[in-house]
Design a protein. Structure first.
Length: 145
């Protein structure tokens, strides 16, 4: 059986002591978490640039997240494109389904609630064919502006 480390015992004894005396003291301030770079607010200009690129993707073609980021003037910001699309307001009509990952696959996301199946249906409706492993042939269907 492992023995608890000394630090844990000290913390527990301080907690019991503060409870017994009723002196709870001031709680230490929570450390602010640094958000990852692509989770920070990028501003309306970056979001609009991403939307503009996606609006230009023609029917029957796809672009990758990285490709959209580069064309929007945000090189190496593929994750930002993904986050913008995750938070997309349904009232904004852009062909979000035409953006896939670098492997030609539909990126699975728990927050989409079945959106990956919808995306596949929409792409198939536009005439795109998936192989047995669920990938698109980017050599044939990648949009190059």
């Amino acid at each position: 059986m492992r023995r608890p480390d000394k630090g844990l015992r000290l913390t527990a004894s301080r907690l019991l002591e503060s409870w017994a005396t009723g002196d709870r003291g001031k709680r230490p301030a929570r450390a602010k978490r640094k958000l990852p770079q692509d989770a920070r607010a990028e501003g309306d200009e970056a979001v609009e640039a991403i939307y503009d690129v996606i609006r230009r993707i023609p029917r029957g073609w796809v672009a990758t997240y990285g490709q959209v980021a580069a064309m929007a003037g945000l090189p190496r910001r593929a994750r930002l494109v993904g986050r913008v699309l995750q938070r997309l307001d349904p009232a904004i009509k852009i062909p979000w389904h035409r953006v896939v990952n670098a492997k030609g696959e539909i990126s699975y996301s728990l927050s989409r609630n079945g959106g990956d199946a919808v995306q596949r249906r929409l792409l198939e409706k536009e005439g795109l064919k998936f192989d047995a492993s669920g990938r698109l042939d980017l050599e044939r269907c990648r949009w190059l502006d």
